[in-house]
Design a protein around this ligand. Structure first.
Ligand code: THU
Length: 135
């Protein structure tokens, strides 16, 4: 699956968001080490702080299915005019499972206008990975 197909899969996953409070759909598509794709979507709660973002929803789903290593993630916010990057909580959670070279793609409603970056750029000085390699 190429980058655009992955972003499209994330966009489709956004349709399965539960977001009655923000009306802001987010979808994620996580590529697992075995090549399979596990999707996630934001799941809100009336106790707002309990909302689970699409990225964490994908990680939790994949890991609990026994898929514990990952190759890339794509995130789509079809209700946004511009690309929306993962929140700080999601960066922290992702950093538990992936290294600095892990590719992260994100877009808004226009998949062509996407950002292609890495976990290391989004979350530098990650104590779990980078620092133990002497970075
Ligand atoms: N959200 C995500 O799912 N991922 C992000 O990267 C940004 C924010 C969700 C949380 C909430 O349900 C809605 O978007 C509005 O913030």
């Amino acid at each position: 699956m190429n980058k655009d197909e992955l972003l499209k899969t994330a966009e489709e996953a956004a349709d399965r968001a539960y977001c009655p409070y923000s009306h802001f759909r987010v979808g994620a598509a996580l590529v697992c080490a075995d090549g399979s794709i596990v999707t996630g979507a934001n799941i809100e709660n009336r106790s707002f702080g309990l909302t689970l973002c699409a990225e964490r929803s994908a990680i939790v789903k994949a890991h609990s299915l026994g898929k514990t290593e990952y190759k890339a993630i794509a995130i789509s916010c079809p209700d946004a005019d511009t690309p929306v990057s993962p929140c700080g909580a999601c960066r922290q959670v992702l950093s538990e499972f992936v290294g600095a070279d892990f590719p992260v793609y994100f877009c808004g409603k226009d998949r062509e206008n996407h950002v292609e970056t890495t976990m290391g750029e989004l979350f530098p000085f990650d104590a779990l990975h980078n620092l133990k390699d002497g970075l």
